[in-house]
Design a protein around this ligand. Structure first.
Ligand SMILES: [Zn+2]
Length: 285
């Protein structure tokens, strides 16, 4: 069958539309990352997934977290834009796929280090078929340091919060910390299925506040100060007190969901509603 002119135009328009749609699709799929300088030899990569910390030393690069697997090439490109040094270590703040999803692709060439609790979560997910990443070869609890090129990066488990295995990463010479998702977004996401706790969360941040630092790379969102972290910590306490009062007054889970959707803009099908809300009903009784 041969196409007449109208059919040819329609086919052409359809092809053009499909290629435009494909272009838009691939553009939204290809992660757009940006790298920002935080301190001398310390950068952070934002966009798609959690913030990646980048410490450059004369003996190699130490990353904090590695976003999703799809971000692997873009992370490497961003690191190459500031140094020719290879990525040698990745300190992982927690097991979530938007922070440790790149592990599989980095494992052949870098050591990935996490708390034993975070590692155990990934191992358990591999066993039940839900894992979106691979566990690292090195695990610790409660603290470890990497010394490279005359610089130290310290990782410490300071207590439960977002999960049961969050590491706070400390760059002592640069007076900077990376909080993982212990600071992320406008309000806390408590992964109760992953061992999180809103009761412990503020205590954990109080421990972190004892460190000597002035700059904070949060798990998501812009770089901030120690005062910014204190404000976030106080907001976690305020949310907890509001919800705790409602639970103790016998309010239903539905009533508390309505409150959180109105006051904290928690979306109805969000992970906050799926993970945090049912946990509140038992932890804040
Ligand atoms: Zn997370």
């Amino acid at each position: 069958m041969t196409m007449n002119r109208a059919q040819l135009i329609r086919a052409g328009v359809t092809a053009a539309f499909l290629s435009l749609t494909w272009f838009a699709y691939t553009q939204t799929q290809a992660p757009k990352l940006t790298i920002n300088k935080v301190k001398e030899d310390l950068y952070e990569i934002e966009g798609d997934g959690g913030n990646v910390g980048v410490l450059v030393t004369s003996e190699g690069v130490i990353l904090i977290d590695d976003k999703f697997e799809q971000d692997h090439d873009a992370i490497i490109a961003q690191v190459k834009s500031v140094t020719a040094q290879p990525i040698k270590y990745i300190l992982s703040t927690h097991y979530h796929g938007d922070h440790s999803g790149g592990n599989a692709k980095f494992l052949p060439t870098a050591e990935i280090i996490s708390t034993s609790m975070a590692r155990a979560r990934i191992v358990a997910q591999k066993a039940d078929g839900t894992a979106k990443t691979e566990p690292g070869r090195i695990a610790f609890n409660p603290e470890m340091s990497v010394f490279l090129g005359g610089k130290e990066v310290r990782a410490r488990f300071m207590g439960r919060g977002h999960t049961d295995g969050d590491a706070i990463i400390y760059f002592p010479q640069l007076k900077t910390i990376h909080t993982g998702d212990l600071m992320a977004g406008a309000s806390p996401l408590i992964d109760y299925p992953g061992g999180g706790s809103i009761v412990e969360w503020t205590r954990t941040l109080d421990e972190a506040m004892k460190l000597d630092f002035d700059t904070v790379i949060p798990g998501h969102g812009p770089v901030t100060t120690k005062a910014g972290l204190k404000t976030y910590r106080d907001n976690v306490e305020k949310l907890r007190n509001s919800v705790s009062a409602m639970v103790k007054a016998g309010k239903s889970q539905g009533e508390i969901a309505t409150f959180l959707q109105a006051e904290y803009k928690w979306a109805p099908n969000s992970l906050n509603i799926q993970w945090s809300l049912p946990g509140f009903m038992t932890e804040l009784k």
